[in-house]
Design a protein around this ligand. Sequence first.
Ligand code: GZL
Length: 311
Amino acid sequence: MYIRITIALMLMLVSNMALSITIGFSQVGSESGWRTSFSESVKAEAKKRGINLKFSDAQQKQENQIKAVRSFIAQGVDAIVIAPVVETGWKPVLKEAKRARIPVVIVDRNIRVKQQSLFLTRIASDFVEEGRKIATWLMGQTDGKCAIVELQGTVGATAAIDRAKGFNSVINNYPESKIIRSQTGEFTRTKGKEVMESFLKAEQSGKNICAVWAHNDEMALGAIQAIKEAGLKPGTDILVVAVDGVPDYFKAMVDGDANATVELSPHLGAPSFDAISAHLNGQKVDKLISTTGELFTQETAEAEYKKRRLH
Ligand code: GZL
């Protein structure tokens, strides 16, 4: 009898050990509300699954990300997840992970490598579609006639490159609309405000500006502060459009300070961990796992804000 119980306990122990894998996660930083929600979601998901998560915040510096990945390799983790800050410069460290036979999942922004075998899969939103969606809404609101100032995301980041690609592919069809000023706000609220202040000064304190297009909500929230301080009404005198769908931005839409956003799900931990367990169980994993987000405007902002505020 006792032998049977001991064997059962040992089997349970072994099966639990087999389940609790160690994953190294290299995160960009905490530059925006969306990014912090993404990090919180990954940590909660790892906890729920009993995954031993080694989390590293790179403060938006690629060299810190590469250092973290090298440390994960040295520790012999079971898998690595990278949210790359920019697209280039990843080949050497990915080759080291491959040599160590550690699978790597790319999440959110993309990396530019020819050798697709250097990573297991990429889990991301379609940034081009996000840009197209928000531009289509703006053209509909302005009858295709709008002088736009653009707050770009981090230079070299896929989200900035592809959102601009999608947005421009729409407004290029409207001869009476164009981007009159464009500069990076590095995806942060502080820099977004600073750059918007310079646009307002350069454009007759905003009289020439129909709308501000920000590659993320965070920069748009900074631009809203600058527009208010210039004595103008954001959302009315100057339309405000962005991407991410963070709670603060829904509140800005409730207050009439912002007009529209496209939601980007921060819940990218679960699909990343699913891909890793599928791979570790010998199953094939698709090279790209796409998420999509819908457009939100002031019409539904109140109800949507209530849903998000409680999280
Ligand atoms: C996009 C992501 C961007 C967010 C910003 O997927 O990379 O980075 O839109 C964040 O909020 O800084």
